[in-house]
Design a protein around this ligand. Structure first.
Ligand SMILES: Cc1cc2nc3c(=O)[nH]c(=O)nc-3n(C[C@H](O)[C@H](O)[C@H](O)COP(=O)(O)O)c2cc1C
Length: 384
């Protein structure tokens, strides 16, 4: 079935499950350990209820937001996802182009397999870059200089991967880094010929074995050799002093991603950062961690208007996005739905996912009796 028939992003997930090898789908969809936090991301959003207002003239309404000086057309964007190229040939470029077309932010992961310069060149739009920072300041400086030269407008330093997560579903399916081509992984691929030809064979033909082209801790490590935990876990040795140093190196928007504690928001203010992404990494890191919607009010209060507060993890409906806005977020990032869109239809598939969410935001704005995102933020529209 074509992605164009998906009525919502849950449909895209169901279609992607059929299209992708089980190990690849599990890598994207899965969370850590017992998936408690991943599942609570949905449950917590569902517990929040709206208190709509009536008799409001909503004929003229808009969902634009300004983030770091740029006026975006919707209050949501694309979260960074590493190794997105396993779902679609050059998925990063498909997502960047769709985001550019729809004027929403795209965040490139530094665990991606497409060089950041190629993504930057692929479309003319504002782009953000996520990074697992090495403590080694020389390497960090080189990364920052490269990101600035490539034109990225915001840097998101991920802080919730001090060590690699315990993702048992990946261990069971054999989908781990470095990738071992076990009989099970090979059989999984052979059962999905469209993926085998369209993604694996095409990638190998175009670039050979994919490399983490934007790693900040090693020089273009191959995904066959790259040790996941080793490559990302260097965050364990960065601290607030490092962030203060980084603040001086990067004059554009600087955020930390993976904040769940209000004291970390206060520390971010003290460091002079521009924003935080309230996130539990889509439930992929600490199983048992709170969901963003549960801690947003406290974090927004701690930020006190001195930080741009964004949220991600589990947002699947326009109404979910408006709930986050009502509870203190300026905008929301979504991850998996866009990668499913990319897997199914490349740039057009991602555009479809963005279009669905945009229509839902618009409809729910009207139903709430709000004519703008600012009105949702200022109003008293939810009970918890
Ligand atoms: C396949 C995949 C890869 C990811 N890779 C990264 C990454 O490299 N860096 C990062 O900060 N977050 C990464 N994340 C987390 C996302 O940025 C985001 O926090 C999460 O996906 C949001 O939740 P959602 O997928 O439920 O919308 C990844 C998520 C997925 C699904």
């Amino acid at each position: 079935m074509s992605f164009a028939r998906a009525l919502n992003v849950f449909d895209l997930e169901r279609m992607a499950r059929r299209r992708l090898p089980a190990g690849v789908f599990g890598f994207i969809a899965g969370g850590a350990q017992d998936d408690r936090t991943r599942d609570n991301n949905r449950a917590a959003l569902e517990r929040v209820r709206f208190k709509p207002r009536g008799l409001v003239d909503i004929a003229e309404r808009g969902q634009e937001v300004t983030l770091f000086g740029h006026r975006f057309a919707s209050p949501f964007g694309i979260a960074p996802m590493g190794i997105a190229g396993i779902a679609r040939f050059e998925a990063d470029i498909a997502m960047a182009r769709a985001a550019a077309r729809m004027n929403v932010p795209f965040t490139l992961s530094n665990m991606s397999t497409v060089p950041m310069e190629a993504v930057a060149r692929s479309c003319d739009s504002v782009k953000w870059l996520q990074v697992y920072m090495p403590a080694d300041r020389e390497r960090a400086s080189r990364f920052v200089a490269r990101a600035a030269a490539a034109g990225y407008q915001a840097l998101l330093v991920t802080i919730d991967v001090p060590v690699g997560a315990n993702r048992e579903n990946n261990l069971r399916s054999g989908f781990t880094l470095p990738l071992h081509l076990s009989p099970r992984v090979i059989a999984d691929g052979l059962l999905h010929p469209r993926w085998l030809a369209g993604v694996l064979a095409r990638t190998l033909a175009a670039t050979g074995v994919p490399r983490l082209e934007n790693s900040a801790v090693a020089d273009r490590p191959s995904i066959l050799a790259a040790r996941n935990a080793e490559l990302r876990a260097r965050g364990a040795t960065i601290d607030w002093a490092f962030m203060r140093w980084l603040r001086d190196q990067w004059p554009r928007a600087l955020l930390i991603k993976g904040v769940l504690h209000e004291d970390d928001a206060r520390a971010a203010v003290a460091c002079g950062l521009d924003g935080v992404v309230v996130s539990n990494h889509g439930g992929r890191q600490l199983d048992g961690a709170a969901s963003p919607i549960e801690v947003l009010p406290a974090i927004a209060a701690a930020a006190g208007g001195r930080l741009t507060v964004l949220a991600d993890s589990g947002f699947r409906r326009g109404g979910d996005i408006l709930k986050a806005v009502a509870l203190g977020a300026r905008g929301v990032l979504c991850g998996r739905p866009f990668l499913y869109g990319a897997a199914l239809g490349g740039e057009a598939g991602v555009t479809h996912a963005l279009t669905l969410l945009r229509a839902e935001v618009d409809r729910d704005l009207a139903m709430l009796g709000a004519t703008s995102i600012a009105a949702v933020a200022a109003g008293d529209f939810v009970i918890r």
